[in-house]
Design a protein around this ligand. Structure first.
Ligand code: HEC
Ligand code: HEC
Length: 369
C-alpha cells in the first residue's frame, strides 16, 4: 500500500469511527431522537418554556416519570422526589418543612409541582433558572436525597430497566447527570393543572356556574374592596396573571418575589439570599393558589396549617416588616372580614381544586400501575 492510500485508509477509519460516535450520540446531543410530544397548552396560558436542547418526547417523559419515582436517586435508596412531592397533595408535601433522608428536617416546605412549564425561576427564592438544572439539586442536597451523582449514574446503569430507556430517549444507553435532569424536566413540564371548577366556569364551556357564595369569594379575591361593603382581598395583585392571564389582567405578580408580611423577623431571608439586597429580605416566590384545598400547610415554612388560618392571616394583614408589600393591610389595619366574607373566600378557593390533575394516572407512580 502506498503512503497516500494508507493515509486515505486511516482517514476512512477515522470517518467511520466518527460516524459511529455520532450514532452513539454524545450525552449533550438530544435532537431528533424519540417521538415528539406536543404539549397541550390550556386556553389563556402563556407559551411554555421548553429549552431548544431538550425537546419533549414520549420516551423522555416516560423516563423522567420513572426517575421522579425512583428511590435509587437517594443516598440510601429509601426516597424519591415523590417522597416530598405527593400527587394527591398537588405534588407538595404533607409536612410543614419537608423531612429528607434519614429523617433530617429541611428548613422549607416542598413546593407544589404543576404548570412549571410556564415558570421562569424555581425554588422559594428563585435561585434556579431551569427545571433541568433544578432537578439535580435535590438529588445532591444533604438533607434531601443526599446522593452522589456518580453513584446514581452507576446504579441506573446497572439496572436493566434504565439503559434501554435512556437509549429510547436520548439515542444511546449512556446514563449521565445531564440526561437525568433533562428527562425529569420533560416529565415535569407535562404536569399541568387547568381543569378546576374555576377554569370551567371562566371558560364558559360546561355551563357550570359559581354558587352565590363562590361568586362573592371570587369578587373578594379579585378586588380592592367588597362590593357588598368592606375590604376586598387584594389577592389578585399578587396571585393572578400566570394563573389565568386573560382573566386577571396585567396586575398579577406571580413568579415574582414579594414580602407578604408572614413574619416580623425572617430567619430565612428568601430572595435576599440570592441577591444580597436588604430590600429583598422576606421576599418569596408568589406560589400558585390553584389546588390550595390540598396543598396545605402553606407558605415557605409551612407555618399556616389550613385554609381557615390562611384566611385569618390575610384578614389580619401581615406583620409590619420594612419590605412588606403595600397590597397587604399591615400595621393592625387588617381587613375586618365578617364570617360570611371568610366563608365566601374559602368557597371560592375550593373551586380551584382540579380533581382530574390530582388523580391523573399519567403523573402517578409508574412502578405501581
Ligand atoms: C426532602 C424533600 C424533597 C425531595 C426528596 C425533593 N424535593 Fe423538591 N422541593 C423540596 C423543597 C423543600 C423545595 C423548596 C426548596 C427551596 O425553596 O429552597 C422544593 C422545590 C422543588 C421545585 C421548585 C418548584 C417551584 O415552583 O419553584 C421543584 C421543581 C422540585 N422541588 C422538584 C423536585 C425533584 C425533581 C426532586 C427529585 C429529584 C425533588 N424535588 C426532591 C423538597 C423536596
Ligand atoms: C402582596 C402580595 C400578596 C397578596 C396581596 C396576597 N398574597 Fe398570598 N402569598 C404571597 C406570597 C409572597 C406568598 C408566599 C409567602 C411565604 O411563603 O413566605 C403567598 C402565599 C399564599 C398561599 C400559600 C400557597 C402555598 O403553596 O404555600 C396562599 C394559599 C395564598 N397566598 C392565598 C392568598 C389569598 C387568598 C390572598 C387574598 C386574601 C392573598 N394570598 C394575597 C403574596 C401575596
Amino acid at each position: 500500500m502506498n503512503r497516500k492510500l494508507g493515509i486515505l485508509a486511516l482517514l476512512g477509519i477515522g470517518v467511520l469511527s466518527l460516524s459511529q460516535c455520532r450514532k452513539d450520540a454524545p450525552s449533550n446531543q438530544t435532537s431528533s431522537v424519540g417521538t415528539p410530544y406536543n404539549l397541550q397548552v390550556p386556553t389563556g396560558f402563556p407559551s411554555p418554556n421548553i429549552p431548544a436542547d431538550n425537546p419533549m418526547t414520549v420516551e423522555g417523559i416516560r423516563l423522567g416519570r420513572h426517575l421522579f419515582y425512583e428511590k435509587a436517586l437517594s443516598g440510601d435508596n429509601t426516597m424519591s422526589c415523590a417522597s416530598c412531592h405527593l400527587q394527591e397533595r398537588a405534588f407538595t408535601d404533607a409536612t410543614g418543612t419537608s423531612v429528607g433522608i434519614r429523617g433530617k428536617f429541611g428548613r422549607r416546605k416542598a413546593m407544589p409541582i404543576f404548570n412549571l412549564a410556564f415558570h421562569e425561576n424555581f425554588f422559594w427564592d428563585g435561585r434556579s433558572l431551569t427545571l433541568e438544572e433544578q432537578a439535580l439539586i435535590p438529588i445532591q442536597d444533604t438533607i434531601e436525597l443526599d446522593a452522589d451523582l456518580q453513584t446514581v449514574v452507576d446504579r441506573l446503569s446497572a439496572d436493566p430497566l434504565y439503559p434501554p430507556m435512556f437509549k429510547a430517549a436520548f439515542g444511546s444507553e449512556e446514563v449521565t447527570p445531564e440526561r437525568i435532569g433533562k428527562a425529569i424536566a420533560q416529565f415535569e413540564r407535562t404536569i399541568i393543572s387547568a381543569n378546576s371548577k374555576f377554569d370551567r366556569v371562566i371558560r364558559m364551556q360546561s355551563g357550570e356556574q359559581f354558587t352565590a357564595l363562590e361568586q362573592r369569594g371570587y369578587e373578594l379575591f379579585t378586588s380592592d374592596y367588597d362590593p357588598n361593603g368592606g375590604s376586598g382581598g387584594d389577592c389578585f395583585h399578587c396571585h393572578g396573571e400566570r394563573e389565568t392571564r386573560y382573566l386577571f389582567g396585567a396586575f398579577g405578580r406571580d413568579l415574582q418575589f414579594v414580602n407578604n408580611g408572614l413574619k416580623a423577623v425572617y430567619t430565612d431571608e428568601g430572595r435576599a439570599e440570592v441577591t444580597g439586597n436588604q430590600t429583598d429580605v422576606g421576599k418569596f416566590k408568589v406560589p400558585s393558589v390553584r389546588n390550595v384545598e390540598f396543598s396545605f400547610p402553606y407558605m415557605h415554612d409551612g407555618s399556616i396549617p389550613n385554609l381557615d388560618s390562611l384566611i385569618g392571616f390575610y384578614n389580619f394583614g401581615g406583620h409590619l416588616h420594612p419590605n412588606i408589600d403595600p397590597n397587604m393591610k399591615a400595621a393592625g389595619i387588617g381587613r375586618n372580614w365578617s364570617d360570611g366574607q371568610k366563608q365566601a373566600l374559602a368557597a371560592f378557593l375550593r373551586t380551584l381544586t382540579d380533581y382530574e390533575f390530582l388523580q391523573d394516572t399519567a403523573f402517578s407512580n409508574p412502578f405501581e400501575n
